[in-house]
Design a protein around this ligand. Structure first.
Ligand code: ZN
Length: 217
């Protein structure tokens, strides 16, 4: 038993002696290599990979995913795009969904909500549950004109544009989304409206710049 213990201790000492007690010095530098710089480019990749922003670190500003706008399954024959503001300084798709349900509506009335950096990212395009289902809108009830809800895509920009203006990120996101919808559903420019062009309302706010939007399309 004692002999075994001694053997274990001596092996342990040997192992300890094998490690560096002091900073290790390289006794002989590696031979120079004049071939392709495979090793160093691999090292460069290894250095840069961890710096790639991950999904959670990525800024949400101006974020959209065009692929996510495309719907699986049958699509509605959309013919109009109607632009709104929320008439609130802050908000998000979730917040407006709760507001609309509290009014007794089935769910969020818009198909898309574009954030202003309050309840969601600045210029972040949120997809409403109606869009996923390809369900008619509940955003443009115009007497005698059911088509603006039936086949009208409702896009709401968060903000009160009677007081402020859309952010640049919101306008960029709006233009990108409208371009996508125009292309996908063959919607002509003269079927793009602000809510206030269809009925007497300030929506999308007196500071909403139609010319600016159409310049971007
Ligand atoms: Zn509106």
């Amino acid at each position: 038993m004692r002999a075994l213990l001694a053997a274990v201790v001596s092996v342990g000492m040997l192992l300890a002696a094998g490690g560096c007690q002091q900073p290790c010095l390289v006794k002989s530098p590696p031979a120079p290599y004049f071939g392709p710089r495979v090793a160093s480019s691999a090292a460069a990749q290894a250095r840069t990979v961890p710096r790639q922003p991950t999904q959670t670190q990525a800024p949400r500003q101006g974020s959209w995913n065009v692929a996510a706008w495309r719907v699986d399954g049958p699509e509605r024959t959309w013919q109009y795009i109607v632009i709104h503001h929320s008439a609130t300084p802050t908000g998000s798709a979730d917040e407006f969904d709760r507001m609309h349900r509290a009014k007794g509506w089935d769910e969020l009335g818009y198909h898309f909500v574009i954030g202003n950096g309050t309840g969601s990212g600045d210029g972040e395009v949120e997809i409403g549950s109606r869009w996923t289902k390809q369900k008619h809108g509940a955003h443009a009830k115009i007497p005698g004109h059911p088509e603006y809800n039936d086949v009208g895509i409702g896009i709401c920009l968060v903000g009160n544009f009677d007081v402020t203006r859309p952010t640049e990120a919101q306008m960029q996101a709006l233009a990108r989304l409208v371009r996508y919808l125009m292309d996908r559903y063959h919607i002509p420019r003269d079927h793009i409206y602000g809510h206030g062009q269809l009925k007497p309302t300030d929506c999308p706010g007196r500071n909403f710049n139609y010319a600016d939007l159409f310049r971007r399309l």
